[in-house]
Write a protein that binds this ligand. Structure first.
Ligand code: XIL
Length: 394
């Protein structure tokens, strides 16, 4: 399905911006120098000016999106304004993770996912669903798979998996352009991880079953496999390549608007792109470009799905050299996508250092932070210029 893109609803933004100025700015004022605003009034209220990233990306035929949490916008209007203005695509940050959307077997809570879908629809933004089938074994404290679901016997857990995929895709059919069906199935050596989902078939069969359920539930949605640390050639990206090739070679007959069509199980591959911005920590750009190309050659779409660039920080503060290198990494990743015709766009995993999983989990990323293009006060960092510069290059 084509991604939707259009200018945001200016009136809605203006109303929220007024609220921002009257209410939020009192509790959480955007600080720092105000740049002369060349855009609508609401931009300046939250530290923005000039063409938005969304406008620049649309000229290049790409989406530029962000992970989005509706509850943040409730208490921090600039979060909502900047997200809906700077970006033309919103992805559920937690709304479609199993512990949010199905806290107990067969018990659904669509509130957060609905809220993100509603914001995207109101602002005429693309809407994407993230990480339906995922069990991050390295982060057990997140409890993404609710305990009562993990405790189900494997056959019932497998049935729940396909039922869950079906229920969520039915609900958002016609609204979600893109869905991460399975996330992080492989370890760094390219072995399938023994997740709660793998245990249901003890092979990659569960992945094929999840994608088949998704395709049957919404034949229009773009179905993606997603993983981290696979941006270059490696044992991991080789294993992913082998699997997505077989997924793409496998077809299923579906009813598309009254006509039976034979469609591949998968449309695309998402590279999370959680990058490092410290000195000497960047992967080879030609290696990344060649790796993207081999997936593109399979006929798959490509996205950077969770781009952020964490840099060394001391008490939350980074050096100018690291901020500059961070700008270069954001620019490089943006250019990689622009240079790859199969790349549909980029999603940032948060856009302000006030709200980022990197800073939410300081123990995981000890000594690193400041991973997004805007400061905690929504001021532009060099990183934001890096994205904009790449989008404006020919
Ligand atoms: C993170 C979210 O940002 C957090 O809010 C949540 O508590 C845990 O998950 N890889 C992924 C994302 O695929 O879904 C993760 O998002 C970050 C790592």
């Amino acid at each position: 399905m084509a991604t939707r893109s259009a200018a945001p609803n200016r009136w809605a933004l203006l109303i929220v911006a007024a609220t921002c100025m009257l209410v939020a700015a009192c509790t959480d004022p955007p600080t720092g120098p105000r740049v002369e605003s060349t855009g609508p009034a609401e931009h300046g209220a939250c530290g923005m000016s000039g063409p938005t990233l969304a406008e620049l990306a649309e000229r290049r035929g790409k989406t530029i999106g962000t992970a989005y949490r509706s509850t943040f916008a409730e208490t921090d209007p600039c979060y909502g304004i900047v997200a809906a203005t700077e970006f033309n695509s919103l992805t559920t940050e937690i709304g479609t993770m199993m512990n949010t959307i199905e806290p107990a077997p067969g018990v659904f809570d669509f509130r957060e996912a609905d809220a993100v879908a509603d914001v995207a629809a109101r602002q005429h933004r693309d809407f994407q669903i993230h990480a339906l089938i995922w069990d991050p074994l390295d982060q057990p404290q997140w409890a993404i798979v609710p305990p009562a679901i993990r405790a189900l016997p494997p056959p019932q857990r497998h049935q729940l998996m396909t039922d869950t995929v079906t229920a969520i895709l039915h609900r958002y059919a016609g609204r979600a352009s893109t869905v991460t069906v399975v996330n992080e199935a492989f370890d760094q050596m390219g072995h399938l991880q023994p997740t709660a989902w793998w245990q249901t078939t003890r092979s990659d069969q569960y992945i094929f079953d999840a994608f088949r359920a998704a395709r049957l539930a919404d034949p229009h949605a773009q179905l993606f496999y997603n993983d981290h640390s696979a941006e270059t050639h490696s044992d991991k990206s080789n294993a992913i390549y082998d699997m997505v090739k077989r997924l793409h070679d496998t077809t299923v007959d579906v009813d598309v608007d009254g006509t039976t069509e034979s469609l591949p199980l998968i449309d695309g591959i998402g590279f999370q792109a959680h990058m490092l911005g410290g000195e000497g920590q960047q992967p080879s750009v030609p290696d990344m470009a060649a790796n993207l190309q081999r997936f593109a050659d399979l006929g798959l779409k490509i996205r950077f799905t969770e781009l952020d660039v964490r840099i060394p920080v001391v008490n939350g503060t980074a050096t100018a050299a690291d901020l500059d290198r961070q700008r270069d990494v954001f620019r490089t990743m943006t250019t990689l996508c622009l240079d790859q015709p199969q790349c549909t766009g980029i999603t940032l995993w948060g856009f302000t250092d006030k709200r980022s999983w990197i800073t939410d989990y300081p123990d995981t990323f000890s000594g690193y932070g400041a991973a997004t293009p805007l400061t905690t006060n929504y001021q532009r960092k060099p990183a934001r210029d890096g994205i904009a510069e790449a989008l404006q290059e020919n």
